[in-house]
Write a protein that binds this ligand. Structure first.
Ligand SMILES: [Zn+2]
Length: 83
């Protein structure tokens, strides 16, 4: 969490981030992949249908996998970030 440490700080600030791709693994060792053609179950919260790329098992999750995860990286707020 960035702290405001000086006056006149930019209203919009860019900070370093780490990007991950999160896969959901099947118990067989395969990966559960979102299948656009299966669509979304019409319930709340929405469920996205996935199929294992090895055994073909079908399951629904509240998120689409693979999923992009972005986390703020640790950084020194006293050092300017180039943007
Ligand atoms: Zn599988």
């Amino acid at each position: 969490m960035a702290q405001i440490i000086e006056t006149g700080k930019k209203e919009i600030e860019r900070v370093p981030a780490k990007v991950f791709i999160e896969y959901r693994n099947c118990s067989c060792g395969g990966r559960m992949l979102y299948e656009e053609s299966f669509g979304t179950l019409a319930i709340w919260p929405p469920q996205f249908t996935h199929k294992c790329n090895i055994c073909g098992k079908v399951e629904s999750y509240m998120d689409k996998y693979p999923k992009t995860v972005i986390e703020e990286d640790t950084y020194d707020p006293l050092k300017p970030v180039l943007d």
